[in-house]
Write a protein that binds this ligand. Sequence first.
Ligand code: HEM
Length: 121
Amino acid sequence: MEANMSLYEKFGGEETIAKVVDHFYDRILADDTVNHFFENTDMEKQRRHQTKFISFALGGPNQYTGGTMAKAHAGMNLQPEHFSAIVEHLHGALAHFGVEEPDIAQTLTKVATLRDDILYK
Ligand code: HEM
């Protein structure tokens, strides 16, 4: 049964997600490589962004009702270093909450599939 569980369920669902989101968000805003992208982003929107992001990454319920990833990041011209920084912060946030490395690797692999949809838009 456990093998079929999404990581989202395995980690404790929404309650855990909320904690990871807060931590992920703190890391991003403390990082000068990427924090300027969020300068004009309001807190509520930011939180929604991160929640969708983490839920997606963990295979949770699809909460995303907006446009494509390409559309969400249009005009940002995101570069590989920005993508890497965000992935690194996701790694750090998951590790902080005791998620095991194989599960983190699986999560980061899933996020990496979005790379081409997000970069250079
Ligand atoms: C790595 C995979 C990524 C995923 C899954 C992801 C997910 C999302 C989603 C779902 C939205 C739409 C939010 C909404 O409509 O409410 C969004 C918007 C946004 N993303 Fe990402 N994102 C990723 C990478 C990045 C990167 C690398 C950056 C910049 C370093 C970034 C910065 C932003 C910003 C600034 C917004 C717009 C926030 C606003 O509306 O002001 N994202 N992202």
